[in-house]
Design a protein around this ligand. Sequence first.
Ligand code: A3P
Length: 289
Amino acid sequence: SKQAKWKEIEGIPLAAATVDNWNQIQAFKAKPDDLLICTYPKSGTTWIQEIVDMIEQNGDVDKCQRDIIQHRHPFIEWARPPQPSGVDKANEMPSPRILKTHLSTQLLPPSFWTSNCKFLYVARNAKDCMVSYYHFYRMSQVLPDPGTWDEYFETFISGKVNWGSWFDHVRGWWEIRDRYQILFLFYEDMKRDPKREIRKVMQFMGKNLDEEVLDKIVQETSFERMKENPMTNRSTVPKSVLDQSISPFMRKGTVGDWKNHFTVAQNEKFDEIYRQKMKGTSINFCMEL
Ligand code: A3P
């Protein structure tokens, strides 16, 4: 049953277990050679993780055949006993470490700001992100019930979804992108020209791979391949956690699916709220390809 085990930190809803573990998470010690993958949920986290993994393994698919949930990139705010916490996992990992978070800049453990580490942020346009999150809320058996689309629409806008407001998250990371070593990518650019974006990630990671290896990474990290791959499609997660008969984790992987969900009135309302909340930022999203 969908139990709402949620609390808030600074007004941001987070899993209760994460909040209970908050002191350990905040005390996390980042290292200078860490790479932190940062996203708002449903922005392409799994995709960028697979790309980073493939680059790290020089395009060797077999070495990437590790379950994305269990064995890759500790999720620093993960806290669900009896499994080891993300912090415990990260502390046991050899360097250089690749870590992952959905935390906003406001909630990130402070040592990240002084460690001189690298950050890789992926942003996805708010409307598609909202649609993707809706279907994830529906299929997740551990998140609260999203209600109807119309109800969820209001919840998303108010920021009372897990990990908080899309607007605050994206704004926060965008605004500091020049002050830290941040590679800021867009989901829509990754769709339009994956090779170009993968090359940016490779350079950011200080790697130099041949063109043919890059082509292979493009192929292996396509939506179609990742949907088939049991190491990335979440099919290893029990139905009591993610019920993929309601909506698959690898759902559509497109730009512009929001048009199949938003009514004309909702779209107008959303655009107005977007203008207010994103006022003064220079960030620009592509809404269709
Ligand atoms: P949709 O629900 O719109 O299909 P996250 O990994 O951050 O939870 O994001 C999940 C979203 O990214 C889902 O979006 C999923 O289909 C999409 N996705 C995952 N792998 C992808 C890929 N290789 N190419 C394009 N989209 C991908």
